[in-house]
Design a protein around this ligand. Structure first.
Ligand code: GTP
Length: 362
């Protein structure tokens, strides 16, 4: 069934549901490639600085090595941007491997060009290399030791004059420290984003963005424990869209979903921040309202009932009329939450039985 549902009620601003991740995409994966592009540009910019440094230190060969590096980084950036991710990342690693070797052989091991090879370790192990991580790290170790041996064996092929080697070493230490810190910050951020997404998936209803049933129990438990000490009045409001099955049957499931999102928006806008709202079942919603005597809870329920009645969702230019039935109960201090929900359910049933589109106190 085609979905062209739209809402005309000014009060209906649905809460933002969280995005369901696309198949084949992962938070870590997307962030990794975004970071790889940033790394390529940053490295190219750093290499521009190195060109100036090596010209100042009188090393034309090292300045030329950096010109080659900038070209490789820019090509790698362009490749990743065009989604040739593997080619792009391999080019970045090739640059690091070649640059470390050329730098170490030209101006000596103590120049610290080899520090950059160490950046491979967290990147390879953490960035999803799976079963290839161990062989790659071992190959890297062999390469590192081989380079060390070659430098010891041949000595610096084009040594820097004066304190050049110490200056280059100190700069490399600073840059590599910065890169490790940036890498760690990147992984921490990625983990936090993934954790946040998982938390949302575990606690919120994917369609409406309201709390799910399990999370309602957690939040309501906290609220009830808190108010047990203060003795403030609490109300429970259970509501259900009338004849919702007909909406689905006549206008399609997509329109039904649009109605659910719209209703969730009306509830969110008409209840307080401190109220705990949940999508309780298919077309049923539940709210725990702290600091609410029964009279004010009734007022709120009536206000929501009118707001829903005045809300029209459109499907292919046909208005889809909406009404809701409500059950409202007072929750006394020490009351069992399940028992209070059962009382609200009974009151809701009476609203349905009494003709729907009404509020009943239980
Ligand atoms: N579109 C949509 N429909 C849903 C969803 N969850 C449950 N439903 C539908 O909600 C309908 C509930 O129908 P009933 O329980 O018969 O209730 P009703 O038609 O609203 O009737 P009354 O409650 O007696 O007024 C069923 O058709 C379910 O398939 C959902 O996430 N999206």
């Amino acid at each position: 069934m085609a979905s062209s549902a739209s809402t005309t009620a000014p009060t209906a601003h649905p809460p933002r549901p969280f995005a369901v991740p696309q198949r084949g995409s992962s938070v870590a994966g997307k962030a990794y490639w975004a970071m790889a592009q940033r790394v390529a540009l940053t490295a190219a910019a750093i290499d521009c600085g190195y060109i100036a440094l090596f010209l100042w230190l009188g090393s034309l060969p090292l300045a030329l090595v950096n010109v080659g590096s900038i070209a490789m980084y820019l090509v790698a950036h362009a490749l990743i941007q065009r989604r040739h991710n593997t080619a792009g990342i391999l080019l970045i690693w090739l640059e690091v491997v070649a640059h470390s070797a050329l730098g170490s052989l030209l101006v000596g091991w103590d120049s610290g060009f080899h520090y950059y090879l160490l950046l491979f370790i967290p990147a390879v192990v953490i960035a999803n290399s799976g079963r290839y991580a161990a062989p790659i790290v071992l190959a890297l170790l062999a390469y590192y030791l081989g380079l060390r041996w070659a430098c010891d064996h041949w000595g610096a092929l084009a040594p820097l004059a004066g304190k050049g080697q110490q200056i280059v070493n100190a700069i490399h230490v600073c840059v590599v420290f910065g890169m490790f810190a940036a890498l760690a910050a990147f992984y921490r951020r990625t983990i936090l984003i993934a954790e946040n997404r998982l938390l949302k998936q575990a606690t919120l209803d994917a369609l409406t963005g309201l709390n799910n049933r399990a999370h309602f129990y957690t939040l309501a438990g906290h609220t009830l424990a808190r108010i047990q000490r203060t003795g403030e009045p609490v109300a429970l409001l259970l509501c259900d869209i009338d004849h919702f099955k007909q909406v689905n049957d006549r206008h399609g499931h997509a329109t039904g979903d649009q109605v659910l999102v719209t209703v969730a928006g009306v509830l969110s806008r008409n209840l307080r921040e401190s109220d705990v709202i949940a999508r309780w079942g298919g077309e049923e919603f539940l709210a725990l309202m702290p600091a609410s005597p029964l009279a004010s809870a009734l007022e709120v329920a009536e206000r929501i009932r009118v707001a829903i009645e005045q809300t029209t969702v459109h499907h292919q230019n046909n208005p889809v009329p909406l009404t809701m039935s409500f059950g409202v109960v007072q929750v006394a201090s020490g009351d069992d939450l399940q028992a209070a929900i059962a009382r609200a359910d009974k009151a809701l049933y009476q609203s349905k039985h009494g003709g729907r589109n009404r509020v009943t106190v239980g």
